[in-house]
Design a protein around this ligand. Structure first.
Ligand SMILES: Nc1ncnc2c1ncn2[C@@H]1O[C@H](COP(=O)(O)OP(=O)(O)OP(=O)(O)O)[C@@H](O)[C@H]1O
Length: 381
C-alpha cells in the first residue's frame, strides 16, 4: 500500500509538498502528501475536501496551520508567517465552467491570460499553446459560438499563457457529456506530456484518472487515504469502494505489435505477454496505457484450455488483501506487470490462493474498451 506521504521514487523535482490543517465549519481538512507527478489527480467522494485543498494551493483559502510548497517555492508556512497571495503564486486555474469573457473573441480571451505576466517572464508561446490545444481555427469566434469542449480548451489555453508554475483544474470536464469528454482527453494528455506545466486535476471519475493521472491522491473525509503513482494506487480497489469500484484495477504499458485484419484484432506486447484486443487504429510501435479492471480478471490454477477468452497471462500471486465485503484483491506479478484480480473470499479459500503461488490470469477481452486505452510516452505512468 502506498504510504500517506507518497514518497518520491527518484530525485525528480518535487512538484507539490502539502502538509496542512484547516477547519471550515464542521469540516476538518488534514492533509499531508507529496507528488512529483506530471498530472496529480485529487480523487474522492463529494465533500471529501478536494476543492478546499485546491483552493488552499491556489491561495483562495488560507490554511490554519501548515506548509504548501510548489516546485520548491514556499507558498504557505504558517510557522514562518509566510502566505503568498494568490496573484503572486503563478498558478493557473481552470474551473468546471470555462468563465471566458463573452464580449471578447477567442484570441482576445487567450491574450488576456498573459496580460498580468511581466513581459520578461513570458515563456509560453502563443502558437505553441494554440497548436497544443487545437484551437487555431477558433481564434476569431466569440465564446457563445463554441461547444462546451472547445470553451474548456480555450480556458486551458488562457491559463497556460499566463506562464503558470502549476495548473489547477477543478473538475474541468464535469459539465461535459461523454462525447465531449472523449474529445478533450487527448489534449489534456498532450498538455501533460508536452506542456511543461505540472497539473493538479480534481476528478470524481476513476475512468478519467486512470486515463490521465501519473499520481493520485485519494481523499476521504478531509484526510489522505493514500497517495502515490497512479498505477500503484489504482490497484487497491477498496480505495474506490464508494465511487468507481468497478473501474479500479491495473494500469500497464503495452506496445502495438501487429494487426490481425482477418479477425479485426490488434495484438499488443506487454511485459506480461501478448494481449489481443479489438482492432485499434494505431500503428505498430505505438505505446499505450492499458487498463485491466480487477473485476474483469478471473484466476485459474492451471493453464485453461478450450476457453473463448483470448488473453491468458501466467503469473505469480504477490499478495492478497482484504477488500470490501466478501471480496479480496489478489495482487499478481505477471512478467513484471502488476495486475490485480478481485475475487471472492470463498474462491481464495477453495483454490488455496496464497502469495508465491503460480497462477493464470484470464482477462475478458471486453476489458479493453476504447476509453481504457490512451497513447502514452515512457515515464508517464
Ligand atoms: N465556506 C465553507 N464553510 C463551511 N463549510 C464549508 C465551506 N466550504 C466547504 N465547506 C464544507 O467542507 C467540506 C469539503 O468541501 P469541498 O468542496 O472541499 O469538497 P469536495 O471534495 O470538493 O466536494 P465536491 O466533489 O462535492 O465538489 C464539505 O463538507 C463542505 O460542506
Amino acid at each position: 500500500m502506498a504510504g500517506a506521504t507518497g514518497a518520491p521514487t527518484d530525485s525528480r523535482l518535487m512538484i507539490l509538498d502539502v502538509d496542512i490543517r484547516h477547519e471550515q465549519g464542521a469540516f476538518s481538512l488534514q492533509t499531508r502528501f507529496r507528488s512529483d507527478g506530471k498530472l496529480t489527480a485529487l480523487f474522492g467522494p463529494s465533500g471529501s475536501g478536494k476543492t478546499t485543498l485546491v483552493n488552499a494551493i491556489g491561495g483562495l483559502v488560507r490554511p490554519d496551520h501548515g506548509r504548501i510548497v510548489v516546485k520548491e517555492r514556499v507558498l504557505v508556512d504558517t510557522k514562518a508567517d509566510v502566505f503568498v497571495p494568490k496573484h503572486r503564486r503563478r498558478i493557473g486555474y481552470v474551473f468546471q465552467e470555462a468563465r471566458l469573457f463573452p464580449h471578447l473573441n477567442v484570441r482576445q480571451n487567450l491574450l488576456f491570460g498573459r496580460f498580468f505576466t511581466p513581459r520578461r517572464e513570458r515563456r509560453a508561446s502563443f502558437d505553441h499553446v494554440v497548436g497544443l490545444l487545437g484551437i487555431g481555427h477558433l481564434l476569431a469566434r466569440r465564446p457563445s459560438t463554441l461547444s462546451g469542449g472547445e470553451r474548456q480548451r480555450v480556458a486551458i489555453g488562457r491559463a497556460l499563457l499566463a506562464d503558470p508554475q502549476l495548473l489547477l483544474m477543478d473538475e474541468p470536464l464535469a459539465s461535459l457529456d461523454e462525447a465531449r469528454k472523449a474529445e478533450i482527453y487527448p489534449y489534456i494528455e498532450r498538455l501533460r506530456d508536452e506542456g511543461g506545466v505540472p497539473i493538479v486535476l480534481v476528478s470524481h471519475s476513476v475512468a478519467e484518472i486512470a486515463r490521465l493521472a501519473t499520481s493520485i491522491v485519494v481523499l476521504s473525509e478531509g484526510r489522505v487515504a493514500a497517495s502515490g503513482p497512479a498505477a500503484e494506487i489504482l490497484r487497491h480497489t477498496s480505495l474506490f469502494a464508494q465511487t468507481g469500484l468497478a473501474e479500479a484495477g491495473a494500469l500497464i504499458e503495452a506496445k502495438v505489435l501487429r494487426h490481425e485484419d482477418a479477425f479485426g484484432l490488434t495484438v499488443l506486447q506487454a511485459g506480461a505477454g501478448l494481449l489481443t484486443v479489438p482492432r485499434l487504429e494505431r500503428p505498430a510501435g505505438t505505446r499505450l496505457r492499458v487498463r485491466l479492471r480487477a473485476r474483469d480478471i478471473i484466476l485459474s490454477l492451471r493453464k485453461p484450455e478450450g476457453l473463448s477468452a483470448l488473453n491468458v497471462l501466467p503469473g505469480v500471486i504477490s499478495s492478497i488483501e482484504d477488500a470490501e465485503g466478501a471480496s479480496m484483491d489478489v495482487q499478481l506479478d505477471c512478467g513484471g506487470d502488476r495486475l490485480v484480480a478481485r475475487v471472492t473470499r470463498k474462491s481464495v479459500a477453495e483454490l488455496g490462493l496464497t502469495p508465491g503461488l503460480p497462477i493464470h490470469a484470464i482477462i475478458k477481452s471486453i476489458a479493453f474498451d476504447p476509453e481504457a486505452v490512451a497513447d502514452t510516452r515512457p515515464g508517464t505512468m
